[in-house]
Design a protein around this ligand. Structure first.
Ligand SMILES: CCCCCCCCCCCCC/C=C/[C@@H](O)[C@H](COP(=O)(O)O)NC(=O)CCCCCCCCCCCCCCC
Ligand SMILES: Nc1ncnc2c1ncn2[C@@H]1O[C@H](COP(=O)(O)OP(=O)(O)O)[C@@H](O)[C@H]1O
Ligand SMILES: [Ca+2]
Length: 582
């Protein structure tokens, strides 16, 4: 490896090249390919430098790939494709596009030499680029443009970069997850989803599940140390919230994401496992939310036809219901010397807090062999320590492993949270008046501190337990109903979908709203009332139990234990490249 690097470092290719009718002095030195304009008196002008790691492809002749491939035969020309950066409106992240420059060489020999040298440098300097990818497209995500986005914007870039893809257009929910869990994945360097957070979640569950299966680790045991996953995940945003993409890249743009995948970027990510009793329910990377966000999701599932707007509509409806929910929250604080959710920092590309966390998270990591010499039955110490208990009435209880920024909220649920520091932020919004809560929500869309409110508190934690106060415990009947819906699912695993749960809920909801006093008097109806979620402003006695929204899916239980697994998976991303500062 080092030998090769030295060999390349010593390679110095230089020649005159033309772009249009201007002459340039071009050179390839180590990590950079640069070209400097030279005027008629041999004076040097502006230099453009492209890191070899950001070269997407080198083609013979004059080539255009967008809008349509066009090849002109020429012995003297070559075309260089690379990452070009630009800012984007009010977001912090950097938008990437495909830069393209056509060079004309003095002779065919010189042209061939340039192409060979550039391609060799590319191979040497970008060892972690993927060569073969498994791509899942959800044709129904977001505005239903997944297929079009992939075929018109992404696939031509992958082709240009020489990446071969096996594409699966999904026909049902959970198809992507099951594929990753069961099929032969030999030869794939990564998995990619074209869709939203729900589709990402399928890949996440597939990749984590598969890795644990192969390592013989039980996913259900919350105390176990899970095996970190090798297969990287790429996200081409084509969903409704696109929070995971936005929070890890800084923009939700299919071309930017495709370019990060091509150059083989790698961003570790913390993952929360959510357990009920001794069963794993879900993994989450963005938001696990009870109360407001749970109700918004339950309501939004009934308005899927509205597309991404369903969340805004449901948000308003749920806001008008003005609910508060009693609960007991217990948490295990993280080390407050390292960072705090109110330290006003942002997790950006190359984040120091995240990179320093690696050693703490993987004390057994052997960097020379890149192996985790972890004893697989190893019990993690992450659940040890002094738990803090808070009981009260809450508008919402939210947990987030990362900032959870999205186009709706560019700084996110917890603006100073880190992608890969092995902690999760717990946000408690206590009972307050509607104006107070609106102020809290509104601050997600501005730069004002949403934690600087008397009814809001935030803690950086490693684990959280939530349960209902004594006397308000989870109802068996409800659990049975969910159970029977899961049983139906085990006959046909593809039917477990938010829709099912939300339908069951909305059925009770509309029954509650429409049924007369007679039915309401029965015990059964009283129970239903308790678990109905959104019934509009007509409700005089709101239900006392909400649901958990786990990365956009409704969890079938209220009592949960969440714990964070630091840097469990890796994305084809690099964190947010700050376009406002550096
Ligand atoms: C007054 C303006 C208030 C704006 C409040 C924005 C808060 C945004 C926090 C966003 C956290 C997002 C966490 C990510 C969740 C996703 O995993 C998950 C799944 O995404 P997918 O469908 O793409 O698969 N998405 C969600 O669960 C959606 C949550 C979205 C909540 C939006 C709430 C909008 C609230 C509008 C309230 C308006 C009150 C107005 C009163 C007159
Ligand atoms: N072919 C399909 N038919 C129905 N549901 C699907 C299909 N493919 C994926 N899904 C499911 O659709 C849900 C939403 O997908 P997602 O891509 O996240 O879009 P959105 O951001 O609009 O919610 C996911 O939970 C995923 O499991
Ligand atoms: Ca984190």
């Amino acid at each position: 490896m080092i030998g090769k690097e030295m060999e390349i470092d010593s390679v110095k290719v230089e020649s005159s090249l033309w772009i249009g009718n201007k002459r340039y002095k071009a050179s390839l030195r180590g990590w950079y390919f640069s070209w400097t304009e030279v005027d008629k008196r041999n004076r040097e002008k502006k230099t453009v430098s492209v890191p070899v790691s950001e070269v997407i492809g080198v083609k013979e002749g004059r080539v255009e790939i967008q809008p349509r491939k066009k090849l002109e035969d020429s012995d003297l020309d070559f075309t260089l494709f690379y990452v070009k950066r630009s800012r984007r409106g009010n977001t912090r992240g950097t938008l990437w596009s495909l830069g393209r420059t056509q060079f004309c060489c003095p002779s065919r020999d010189v042209r061939d030499q340039w192409i060979t040298q550039l391609r060799t440098a590319l191979q040497t300097h970008s060892p972690s680029r993927p060569h073969r990818l498994l791509v899942f497209i959800n044709p129904f995500g977001g505005k239903k443009r997944g297929k079009q986005i992939y075929h018109s914007l992404v696939s031509p870039l992958f082709e240009l970069a020489g990446i071969s893809c096996h594409v699966v257009v999904t026909e049902r929910a959970n198809q992507a997850r099951d594929y990753i869990l069961k099929k032969d994945l030999t030869g794939f360097d990564g998995v990619v989803c074209v869709g939203g957070d729900g589709m990402f979640s399928e890949l996440l569950h597939g990749v984590i599940g598969r890795t644990q299966q192969e390592a013989g680790v039980s996913e259900h045991d919350p105390t176990v140390m899970l095996q970190p996953c090798d297969l990287r995940i790429g996200i081409i945003p084509a969903g409704s919230t696109d929070c995971v993409c936005f929070a890890s890249v800084g923009v939700n743009d299919p071309v930017t994401s495709a370019l990060h995948i091509i150059i083989g970027d790698s961003q570790p990510l913390d993952v929360c496992s959510v357990h009920h009793k001794s069963t794993l329910m879900k993994y989450s990377v963005s938001m696990v939310g009870y109360g407001f966000y749970g109700d918004v999701l339950a309501e939004s599932e009934r308005h899927r036809w509205m597309g991404p707007l369903r969340y805004d509509y449901s948000g308003c409806m749920v806001y008008l219901c003005n609910r508060n929910y009693a609960g007991v929250v217990q948490y295990l604080p993280a080390d407050s010397h390292v960072s705090s959710p109110r330290d006003n920092t942002r997790c950006l590309a190359g984040c120091r807090v995240c990179s320093e966390s690696k050693e703490r998270l993987f004390p057994h990591f052997d960097s020379s062999s890149s192996l985790y010499s972890a004893n697989l039955s190893q019990v993690s110490s992450e659940l040890e320590g002094e738990w803090v208990t808070i009981e009260g009435k809450f508008k919402c209880v939210s947990l987030t492993c990362m900032s959870s920024s999205c186009p709706r909220s560019p700084s996110g649920l917890s603006p100073s949270a880190h992608l890969a520091d092995g902690t999760v932020d717990l946000i408690l919004v206590r009972e307050t008046n509607p104006l107070g809560f609106l102020t809290y929500l509104h601050r997600h869309t501005t730069t004002q501190d949403q934690f600087d409110l008397p009814f809001v508190e935030v803690h950086r934690v490693k684990a959280v337990r939530f349960f209902l106060p004594p006397g308000e415990e989870e109802e068996e009947e409800y659990e049975e109903e969910i159970q029977s819906s899961s049983e139906r699912v085990s006959e046909d695993p593809d039917k477990l979908h938010n829709g099912d749960i939300a339908n069951a809920q909305s059925k009770t909801t509309s029954q509650h709203c429409l049924a007369g006093q007679k039915e309401r008097d029965t015990v059964k109806s009283a129970r239903r009332k308790k678990r109905s979620f959104v019934c509009g402003p007509c409700c005089t006695k709101p239900p006392s139990v909400s649901v958990w929204n786990c990365d956009g899916e409704i969890l079938p239980h209220t009592e949960i234990l969440c714990r964070v697994h630091g840097q469990l998976v890796r994305l084809f991303a690099r964190g947010i490249e700050d376009s406002t500062g550096a």
